[in-house]
Write a protein that binds this ligand. Structure first.
Ligand code: AGP
Length: 620
């Protein structure tokens, strides 16, 4: 979720671009850079770390004044945070500067093509390929108005993946060109000046007149000719005009009241981005980035999944899938307990550490212990270049983008999906499943973003329910099979957001004690498994709902569409799309996130920064 800013107009471009980057800092980033175009010359400055590092560099080595420029804050995906991986990237011939948000799936093949033509790369990023390609295509594009836009259209037709691109060329000193596919890009229209931004926060201080670009579109912004929008195929298009009525703070949250709500809404994209580039055309897994050899993967005879909090719940869910697909025993442990119980580890043990921040000290110490015991460590992490992946033998990044709210949502769904990718990859490498079996499961994964989107469209009743529960002093969460970790996660969300006592437990445990706490009106949330899954525990969970209801519970039932067995026993029924058993957590978790967020908001609490909590717990 990089930050993108562009400017062309009468003002000093550097000041406008830096101001825009500051307004986008909330998105989270690990490096920043600018490129200015003046007197036919490109000048750039870029630094790892925060904007202050870039501003220090600019103070020490000022760039020539310019009235056209681009700027970028990078959230690393391909290539860790560093000066050379920071954007903008400049073509080998120095004519083109490009900034990018998203993932170019086929960058490796394009990079090989460029290198074969003698181009030497200066970074590990996927973006640099675009700079070299655009310069080359520009040279091959007939001279005349709109040449850079035409070259951009040509390049975009060769790119696969999700991307927002903004480019300048020394031969067109009055022009910015941008392209958009699946990543956000908005144009600001001022008085004789134009702005580009990942979102309106980048330019809301200058203008509220915005133009939204559509999918697969290119926009040319020329100081005198204004805006020209086309499809990648050159077909003229009309951008959607609108006036921004948010204030700057709201703009950072995309119009949502809380970052958490924005991040809940980003979950379909986060799941899609985590899958992007990792599923082959024939349903095979493409996880070369994992960097554990097939031999090492075949040598594994035991797996531990070690993490904390919500990431621990992702590990609990992963256990069901990885064991089912690979037949390798999987133990899931909270990191703070793992290394103190002297676990049995050796070179044939794979320890998967899951961490959104990549800095959680408990998880880091568990990782170090595992390595001391010669186990192989694979990190599943959302923060490129953070400590945990750096100290692991291999890493599979979730591409959820920066998660600002302390309560983890989109990272959690991405962690589940990433764990599934690892499990399927293990099954594929070890030959436990046939290709067609894996391809069928891959198809199930591909359908998850749409399933999550469908859940999000039906959340109004859940928000109303949340408001009605704001005075509850305890809420219980029940689930079986993969629904049990979802119950734990639902309880954690409620505790950390609304400060209400909550407990998640296996529904089968009710009769072994917890049922004693059920009182008249006790809210009990029940996550119901699919009635269609093999060895379904569906009937048992329906019985559990009857048991708690018979004792006065107010039952809140999450069940898939078409499940009529639960209807007589549900005081509140929340429907989720039908999904295969192991995929259900990716949809059943979402109403629990929304419920807890609404309860906390109704209780007047800070949803994004709950009391006593930190986004990354860097102490033991
Ligand atoms: C999640 O909502 C919590 N904020 C917390 O439990 C978190 O999942 C835990 O601290 C682990 O953090 P990590 O994923 O960054 O390692």
């Amino acid at each position: 979720m990089c930050g993108i800013v562009g400017y062309v107009g009468p003002q000093g471009a550097l000041d406008v671009v830096l101001e825009g980057l500051r307004r986008l800092e909330y998105r989270g980033y690990d490096s920043a850079g600018v490129a200015l175009l003046s007197d036919g010359e490109l000048s750039t400055a870029k630094k790892a770390g925060k904007l202050a590092n870039l501003e220090k560099e600019l103070a020490e080595q000022p760039l020539p004044a310019a009235t056209i420029g681009i700027g970028h804050t990078r959230w690393a995906t391909h290539g860790g945070p560093s000066d050379r991986n920071a954007h903008p990237h400049v073509s080998a011939d120095g004519t083109v500067a490009v900034i990018h948000n998203g993932i170019i799936e086929n960058f490796a093949a394009l990079r090989a093509e460029c290198e074969a033509s003698g181009i030497e790369f200066s970074s590990e990023t996927d973006t640099e390929v675009v700079a070299h390609l655009l310069a080359a295509v520009y040279e091959a594009t007939p001279e005349g108005e709109g040449r850079l836009a035409e070259a951009m259209r040509g390049v975009c037709q060769r790119l696969e993946g999700a991307f927002t691109l903004v480019a300048t060329h020394v031969a067109e000193p009055d022009t910015l060109v941008a392209a958009r596919r699946s990543s956000p890009l908005v144009v600001g229209v001022g008085d004789g000046e134009y702005f580009l931004g990942s979102d309106v926060a980048a330019f809301i201080g200058h203008t509220r007149e915005a133009r939204e670009l559509g999918q697969d579109q290119v926009v040319e912004i020329d100081r005198t000719r204004g805006l020209t929008v086309t499809g990648f195929d050159g077909t003229p298009a009309e951008p959607k005009a609108y006036t921004v009525d948010w204030d700057a703070a709201a703009a950072e949250k995309g119009g949502y009241d809380w970052f958490m709500l924005k991040e809940i809404a980003e979950q379909p994209q986060a799941v899609a981005d985590t899958l992007l580039g990792r599923l082959g055309e024939n349903g095979e897994l493409l996880l070369d980035e994992v960097r554990l050899s097939d031999e090492e993967l075949r040598d594994i005879d035991k797996i531990f999944v070690v993490s904390c909090g919500t990431s621990y719940h992702a590990g609990l869910i992963a256990k069901y899938a990885i064991e089912h697909w690979t037949r390798i025993p999987v133990e899931v442990e909270v990191a703070s307990e793992f290394r103190y119980r002297d676990p049995v580890l050796d070179r044939s043990t794979l320890v998967i550490v899951i961490s959104q921040s990549g800095e959680t000290m408990d998880t880091l110490m568990a990782l170090r212990h595992a390595k001391e015991q010669k186990a192989r460590v694979l990190a599943i992490c959302n923060a490129n270049g953070s400590t945990i992946p750096r100290e692991s033998d291999a890493v599979l990044y979730t591409h959820a983008g920066p998660e600002i709210a302390v309560a983890s949502t989109k990272a959690f769904l991405s962690q589940i999906v990433a764990c599934y990718l690892v499990g399927l990859f293990l099954a594929q490498v070890r030959g436990i499943k046939y290709e067609d079996e894996i391809a069928a499961i891959v198809d199930d994964l591909r359908r998850l973003p749409e399933a999550v989107e469908k859940v999000l469209e039906q959340m109004e009743p859940v928000r109303a329910l949340g408001r009605s529960l704001a005075d509850a002093n305890t809420i219980l969460f029940l689930g079986r099979h993969v629904g049990f970790p979802v119950a734990l996660e639902g309880a954690l969300k409620l505790k950390e957001l609304a400060y209400i006592h909550a407990e998640g437990f296996a529904a089968g445990e009710l009769k072994h004690g917890p049922i004693a706490v059920i009182d008249q009106g006790t809210p009990v949330v029940v996550i119901v498994p699919s009635p269609r899954s093999r060895n379904s525990v569906h009937g048992k969970v329906v019985s559990n709902i009857q048991e708690v209801r018979a004792r006065g519970a107010r039952t809140i039932v999450i069940a898939e569409e078409g499940d009529e067995d639960v209807v007589p026993y549900a005081d509140h029924l929340i429907r989720v799309p039908r999904t295969p058993t192991l995929m259900a957590p990716v949809v059943t978790t979402v109403p629990l996130q929304v419920l807890s967020c609404e309860i906390a908001d109704t209780r007047g609490f800070d949803v994004d920064q709950p009391r006593n909590l930190a986004k990354s717990v860097t102490v033991e």
